[in-house]
Design a protein around this ligand. Structure first.
Ligand code: E4P
Length: 220
């Protein structure tokens, strides 16, 4: 399973990349706003900065337009920015049409805001590179988001769709582990859940004991 980091924060992207486990980055308008990035030129420059840190990884950049012509115009501009850019398009009627258009032009897409298997089926049929089911937001409304991952993986494997299941809106380590068990192709999450995967109290106590015993073997 690939690991993407879900942030527009350059320091956090650098930290995840330096750990050696980062395969890509996802952003959205809320994450860009959180970093205080304002104005078209600054936003476009920020995407290029992200691509240069996450060298070789796919970087999702979201369109703001919701009409077909607007999505195409914005998406083509984003795609021209850097070869790592993946155009992130919302799961709406005009978005599905745009995904088909981008797919025929060889432009990678990430279909975002997916909350049902039916939506995921449409995204795959339109030729999306990635589909992003938001599991945390489903959990927030008392619906098990992981069930949706299982459903989509099953459908895609049954029919051999190339679209990769990008589990999004991940909140904690158990989400990551369960997504891996269920066969998600990618998990995108904030830095903290990735770092939390490192933790185990037996690792800490075991290391403390090894270091204490190693100090006994030192010659004076
Ligand atoms: C990723 O592509 C999504 O935009 C993101 O995972 C949404 O996460 P949230 O539900 O924590 O905002």
């Amino acid at each position: 399973m690939k690991f993407f980091i879900d942030t527009a924060n350059l320091d956090q992207i650098r930290e995840a990349y330096d750990l050696g486990v980062l395969d890509g980055v996802t952003t959205n308008p809320s994450l860009m706003a959180k970093e205080g990035i304002k104005g078209k030129n600054n936003i476009l420059k920020h995407y290029v900065d992200i691509c240069n840190i996450a060298r070789g990884g796919d970087v999702s950049a979201e369109v703001i337009a919701t009409d077909f012509d607007g999505i195409i115009k914005e998406g083509e501009e984003l795609a021209e920015l850097h070869p790592q850019i993946v155009v992130k398009v919302p799961m709406i009627k005009e978005g599905v049409k745009a995904i088909r258009y981008f797919s025929q032009k060889g432009i990678k897409t990430n279909c975002t805001l997916v909350f049902s298997a039916g939506q995921a089926l449409l995204a795959a049929k339109a030729g999306a590179t990635y589909v992003s089911p938001f599991i945390g937001r489903l959990d927030d409304i008392s619906t098990d988001g992981l069930d949706l991952i299982e459903q989509i993986v099953h459908i895609y494997r049954t029919y051999g769709y190339d679209t990769q299941v990008l589990a999004a809106s991940i909140r904690h380590t158990l989400h990551i582990i369960k997504c891996a068990e269920l066969g998600a192709d990618v998990a995108t999450c904030p830095l903290q859940p990735i770092l939390d995967l490192l933790k185990h109290p037996l690792t800490d106590s075991g290391l403390a004991k090894f270091l204490a015993d190693a100090s006994k073997t030192k010659t004076k």
